[in-house]
Design a protein. Structure first.
Length: 434
C-alpha cells in the first residue's frame, strides 16, 4: 500500500479478521466432535460468535462509529444493526441453554497430551486472539462513551498480542499432527518428533549463525516454521511409505492415492503449509525490514542494504483528471544496475487531494521488495524519499495460492468420505436412539 505496508490494523479490517479467527477455531474443534463426540456446546458457541462478529463488522462499516478509511459516514442504520446483533446473541444463548441436555457430551478428554488436547489449545489461542482484537476495536467506542474522547488503539498493541498468541499457534500446527488421539506415550512422541524437531533446531542454529538473531521474534518464527514444515513433510512421507508398503505400486501412485483417499486431512496440511509461508513472509518483512529516509537532489545517490538508488529527474505529466509527478531513480543491487523505478504523487485539483504513487521492484527469486515512497516534492527541486526493503514479503502472496490449492484438495467431493461420514452419522443416531 501507499504507506509501505499491507495490514494497518484498521478497525474495519480487524472486523473482517475476527469472524475468520472464530470460524477457524470451529473448523478445528468440530473435528473433535466428529471423531470423539466432544465439545458440542463449545462448537455451537463458536458458530454464534463467528456470525455475531460478521454482523458486528457490518455494524462498524455502516454506522460510522469508528474512524476508518473503509467505513461510511454516520448513519441511523447502526442502531438497527446493533439491535439485531443483540437479538441474535440473546436468542442463540437462550436456545443453547434450552438444548443443553442434548448438547452435553458424555465423552471426556483422557489426557492433556493428545490430539484433541492440542486442538483445544489451538481453539483457546484463536479465541483469545480474536477477543483481544475485539477489545482493541471497541475500546475507542467505549472511551468516547465514558470519557467523552476517543482513545484509539494502535499497531503496537495488536502486534504485541499477535506475537503472544501467534507464535504458540504456529508451534501447535506442527505438534498437532504428530500427537495421537486419546493419549500419547513418550516413546511415540519421541519417535514422531525426532525429525521435525531436528529440522527446526538445525534451521534455527543456521539462521542464528547467519545473523538472524537481531530479532528473536523473527528467529523464533523461522524456527517454528521450519519445525511445522518438517512435521507436515514427515506426515506426507510416513503416509506415502505406508501406502506404498500396502499396495506395492510406484511411489508417485502411492502418494496420489494417499491424498485422494484422505483429502480433508492432507488438504488441511497444505493449508497449514500456506499459513507457515504467510508467517515467514510476515516475520521477514516486519522483523528484518530496512527503512531509510533521505532528501535527494538530482544526481545524488542513497544506499539501503544491498541497493543503491540515484535520483535522476522529476517528470511532470498532465493526466485525465490529475497532474502526475514522477521521480525517476536508477536502481543498483550489489553494484549492478537492475532497472529504473518511478515514484511520485498525483495531484487532483477538483478534489484538492494528493495520492502517493509508489515505486516497487519485486525480486521473485529472493521474495524481496524494494519500496520507494515520495514523501515530499520541494520547490527547490529536492525530493524527500522514504525507501523500504521488505525481505520475503512475496511469500505472503504465494501463501494465498497454496492456501487455495489446499482448500480445493480438502473440499473436493469424495464418494469414499461421504460414505464414511454417512456410516458415522448413522451410528451416532443409533446410539442417540438407544
Amino acid at each position: 500500500m501507499g504507506w509501505g505496508g499491507y495490514y494497518a490494523w484498521d478497525p474495519v479490517e480487524n472486523a473482517a479478521l475476527m469472524p475468520w479467527l472464530a470460524a477457524t477455531a470451529f473448523l478445528h474443534s468440530v473435528m473433535i466432535q466428529e471423531k470423539r463426540g466432544m465439545l458440542k456446546v463449545w462448537n455451537v458457541l463458536l458458530v454464534v460468535l463467528a456470525f455475531c462478529l460478521a454482523l458486528f463488522g457490518t455494524f462498524l462499516t455502516r454506522s460510522g462509529v469508528v474512524s476508518s478509511i473503509h467505513s461510511f459516514t454516520q448513519s441511523p442504520l447502526g442502531a438497527w444493526f446493533l439491535g439485531f446483533i443483540c437479538l441474535i446473541a440473546i436468542g442463540s444463548l437462550a436456545l443453547i441453554l434450552n438444548r443443553l441436555p442434548i448438547l452435553r457430551s458424555k465423552t471426556r478428554m483422557e489426557s492433556l497430551v493428545s490430539r484433541e488436547a492440542t486442538f483445544l489449545y489451538n481453539n483457546l489461542l484463536l479465541v483469545a486472539l480474536c477477543l483481544t482484537i475485539l477489545w482493541g476495536v471497541i475500546f475507542p467506542i467505549l472511551s468516547e462513551a465514558v470519557r467523552g474522547e476517543q482513545i484509539t488503539v494502535s499497531g503496537p498493541y495488536y502486534n504485541f498480542f499477535l506475537r503472544i498468541f501467534g507464535l504458540p499457534l504456529l508451534l501447535l500446527m506442527g505438534i498437532g499432527p504428530l500427537v495421537a488421539w486419546r493419549r500419547a506415550s513418550l516413546r511415540s512422541l519421541g519417535r514422531s518428533f525426532a525429525w521435525p524437531a531436528a529440522i527446526g533446531l538445525a534451521v534455527g542454529i543456521v539462521l542464528l549463525l547467519l545473523g538472524a538473531g537481531s530479532s528473536w521474534i523473527g528467529l523464533l518464527a523461522y524456527t517454528f516454521s521450519a519445525f511445522v514444515l518438517g512435521s507436515i513433510g514427515y506426515e506426507f512421507v510416513r503416509g506415502t511409505r505406508a501406502r506404498h508398503a500396502l499396495t506395492g505400486g510406484p511411489w508417485l501412485a502411492a502418494f496420489s492415492e494417499l491424498v485422494a483417499r484422505n483429502r480433508r486431512r492432507y488438504g488441511g496440511y497444505i493449508v497449514h503449509a500456506a499459513i507457515v509461508l504467510l508467517a515467514i513472509g510476515v516475520a521477514g518483512s516486519s522483523a528484518y525490514d530496512k527503512v531509510r529516509e533521505r532528501t535527494l537532489s538530482p544526481g545524488q545517490t542513497m544506499a539501503i542494504g544491498s541497493y543503491g538508488l540515484t535520483y535522476r529527474e522529476l517528470v511532470r505529466r498532465q493526466g485525465a483528471n490529475a497532474t502526475e509527478f514522477r521521480a525517476l531513480l536508477d536502481v543498483r543491487k550489489d553494484g549492478n544496475r537492475v532497472g529504473t523505478l518511478a515514484s511520485g504523487k498525483n495531484s487532483y485539483p477538483a478534489e484538492q487531494q494528493t495520492s502517493n504513487e509508489v515505486g516497487i521492484r519485486s525480486d521473485y527469486l529472493t521474495g524481496e521488495d524494494l519500496f520507494v515512497i515520495t514523501d515530499q516534492i520541494n520547490p527547490n527541486g529536492t525530493i524527500a524519499f522514504k525507501v523500504l526493503v521488505k525481505p520475503l514479503v512475496n511469500l505472503i502472496w504465494l501463501a494465498g495460492v497454496v492456501f487455495l490449492i489446499g482448500s480445493l484438495v480438502a473440499l473436493w467431493p469424495s464418494a469414499v468420505e461421504q460414505r464414511r461420514l454417512a456410516d458415522r452419522y448413522r451410528e451416532l443416531r443409533a446410539l442417540a436412539g438407544a
